[in-house]
Design a protein around this ligand. Structure first.
Ligand SMILES: C[S@@+](CC[C@H](N)C(=O)[O-])C[C@H]1O[C@@H](n2cnc3c(N)ncnc32)[C@H](O)[C@@H]1O
Length: 293
């Protein structure tokens, strides 16, 4: 087992590269974290120092491929089913019925939801289960499109598989467990196909404006527990990108419980539900008009 020391100067080089490519910002206190997470990468690449690793990432023809492994290694994928249940209850009991009502009045029967940093899938499967539960038999009358993306390709492999242990399901109600999962062996639970088939998984770096432009007209975006890992400029860019991807007429943005837009100027309107903030795209205001206002 390799155990290389990461000097402060090499730490700064590597964190600069990570930040440049993903927006993820590692504070000085994360030097040890980075060393632990990257030791295995050095071993796999058969390199003996972090400086060599940095040059490999920057100048070797295989560096770009390795950069993805680096991002996979440093991204924090902590998540679980029905995380921040207060927010999900608001989605279920207020936002979803309002959206369906408004759309029905306009003769539209489509719902578009994006889990923008879906990690290993628990969040997006929870959303799909809620939608399926609320729509019930009316599901066949609605065109439900759920998109789930993340920067981490290894997290996406787990997300697509949809196989979980007890710990990921610690906040899941028994009724959901019985309805939407199949037991797999003695300790695992497999998400049922009827839920899996509602979701399209893909890789998107949220800081990259060009790749987020493919996602348009979303009714709800869940971008939870990610901006807190980014530097301020990247946070701004992500929020701007989310704004563009939302539906022009309505459109809701859900951030994590510990995140808010207080320090980020944006045209979003905060909406308060029982002490929880959800952000809404200002009706009839495009990003450019909102910027000029
Ligand atoms: C802590 S998890 C949040 C998972 C889920 N949204 C939740 O709240 O439970 C943060 C996720 O953000 C992803 N991430 C970090 N930077 C990203 C970026 N620039 N673009 C897309 N995803 C990113 C990480 O790979 C990780 O899976």
């Amino acid at each position: 087992m390799f155990n290389n020391t990461l000097s402060l100067s090499d730490f700064k080089l590597l964190r600069g590269l990570i930040n440049e490519r993903s927006g993820i910002f590692l504070s000085d206190a994360k030097q040890n974290f980075l060393a632990i997470r990257l030791n295995y990468r050095l071993e796999t690449c058969k390199l003996s120092t972090f400086k060599e690793y940095y040059y490999y990432l920057k100048y070797d023809p295989k560096g770009n491929e390795e950069l993805q492994n680096l991002i996979n290694a440093v991204s924090i994928n902590e998540t679980y089913f029905f995380r921040d249940s207060e927010q999900l209850n608001i989605f279920k009991n207020h936002i979803l019925p309002t959206l369906m009502n408004n759309k029905s009045k306009q003769g539209k029967r489509e719902l578009k939801i994006w889990s923008a940093a879906c990690s290993t899938g628990e969040e997006v499967y929870s959303l799909a289960m809620i939608v399926s539960d609320v729509l019930g038999r009316a599901m066949v009358d609605w065109d439900v499109e759920i998109t789930a993306t993340d920067i981490s390709t290894s997290a996406l492999v787990s997300a697509r598989r949809g196989l979980y242990d007890d710990y990921a399901l610690r906040e899941t109600k028994l009724s959901y467990l019985n309805k939407y999962f199949e037991k797999s062996g003695s300790e695992k639970y497999q998400v049922k196909n009827e839920i899996k088939k509602l979701i399209n998984f893909g890789q998107i770096n949220l800081v990259n404006t060009l790749s987020t432009r493919r996602i348009i007209n979303m009714d709800c975006i869940f971008c939870r527990n990610i901006i807190m890992y980014l530097d301020m400029e990247s946070r701004r860019r992500v929020i701007e990108n989310m704004y563009r991807s939302l539906n022009q007429n309505d459109g809701y943005l859900f951030l994590g419980q510990a995140e808010n837009l207080r320090e980020i100027e944006s045209p979003f309107q905060p909406r308060y539900y029982d002490g929880t903030i959800i952000y809404q795209k200002q009706v009839g205001v495009g990003l450019l008009e909102a910027e000029a206002a």
